[in-house]
Design a binder for this molecule. Structure first.
Ligand code: ADP
Length: 288
């Protein structure tokens, strides 16, 4: 059994506090864990209010391609908290000569999950860097992705709210395959135009592409794990390993389900409404 003796440090206003070290157990995603937690009586959702005088500590859940990064980064901008995406941490490590780079390439390019040990290590470093800069609060995107990760997180800090983004399955693959990144400025775009016709009583849905500005257009790259085969595997793994995390938080009364009604112009105002937030400087363009 691997033991990680790290002590995480997160910053609360005025003081650092040590978070207890955690231990990896071999018992991952056990059904009894999920059933046991389902008996907890849900509490009312604490939304964006300051909890104990600190900034929000939120989590974004959702399938690959749902738009976690897009909406999490917008909310972070609005709330003034860091956007911590474990997928970005993994990609940064991959492109560096860091200790995990080689191991990670194989796992990520097969659409598999990186080990909890490596993810916790990358996340601890990121949280320490955040604390050193005096940042408080966060929105986590892509973490936790397993029940074990959720348990570890629960053992080290309080999560106020978990937003579960949902999008019709027909749109997910297209959104992943349409993802593009500007190799120069890092801007995220999407060339997919999703147009689902109304059928059998189900409403239609249109999601416009998020096209890059002209200066990024010639510098677009695609993530190496955004191929059809790998995306299908990631969706399968999400259903197996990450969907139970939804129930973990639902049973604790922390889960806010949000069905995306379409693209950003329809979804962003509705998401703000659901979170009882207002975006007074809503100057977002179509670009992410
Ligand atoms: P997406 O949500 O589109 O699948 P991410 O950018 O969040 O993609 O993650 C990319 C890859 O990084 C994942 O397929 C996985 O290999 C790895 N990864 C990211 N977060 C985690 C995590 N919490 N646990 C394990 N692996 C992770």
């Amino acid at each position: 059994m691997a033991v990680l003796d790290r002590v995480l440090k997160l910053r609360r206003p005025g003081s650092y506090f040590s978070l207890r070290s955690f231990r990896f157990s071999p018992f991952l995603n056990s059904e009894s864990d999920i059933k046991a937690s389902a008996s907890v009586i849900p509490k009312p959702l604490p939304l964006h209010r300051d909890v104990e005088g600190r900034n929000v500590q939120w989590v974004f859940l959702g399938c690959p391609g749902v738009g976690k990064g897009t909406y999490a980064s917008r909310l972070c901008h609005l709330l003034g908290v860091p956007h911590i995406a474990t997928g970005d941490l993994v990609r940064d490590e991959l492109s560096s000569s860091g200790p995990f780079a080689l191991q990670l390439a194989e796992v990520v390019n097969q659409g598999k999950l990186v080990s909890d040990e490596i993810i916790i290590n990358l996340l601890s470093k990121r949280l320490e860097a955040s604390a050193a800069k005096g940042e408080t609060g966060f929105i986590l995107d892509g973490f936790p992705r397993t029940i074990r990760q959720a348990e570890i997180l629960e053992g080290v800090t309080d999560i106020d709210l978990v937003i579960n983004l949902k999008l019709r399955e027909e749109a997910l693959l297209a959104k992943c395959l349409g993802r593009r990144i500007c190799s120069e400025c890092g801007g995220n775009y999407n060339v997919a135009s999703v147009d689902i016709k109304a059928e059998d009583g189900n409403p239609g849905m249109y999601m416009a592409p998020l096209l890059p500005p002209p200066n990024c257009a010639s510098k677009l790259i695609t993530r190496s794990d955004d191929t059809e085969e790998v995306v299908k595997e990631r969706l399968r793994i999400y259903n197996d390993m990450s969907q139970p995390v939804e129930e973990f938080y639902r049973s604790r009364g922390k889960l806010l389900e949000f069905d995306l009604p379409g693209g950003i112009p329809e979804s962003w105002p509705k998401l703000l409404q659901a979170l009882k937030l207002e975006d007074h400087e809503d100057k977002w363009s179509a670009a992410v």
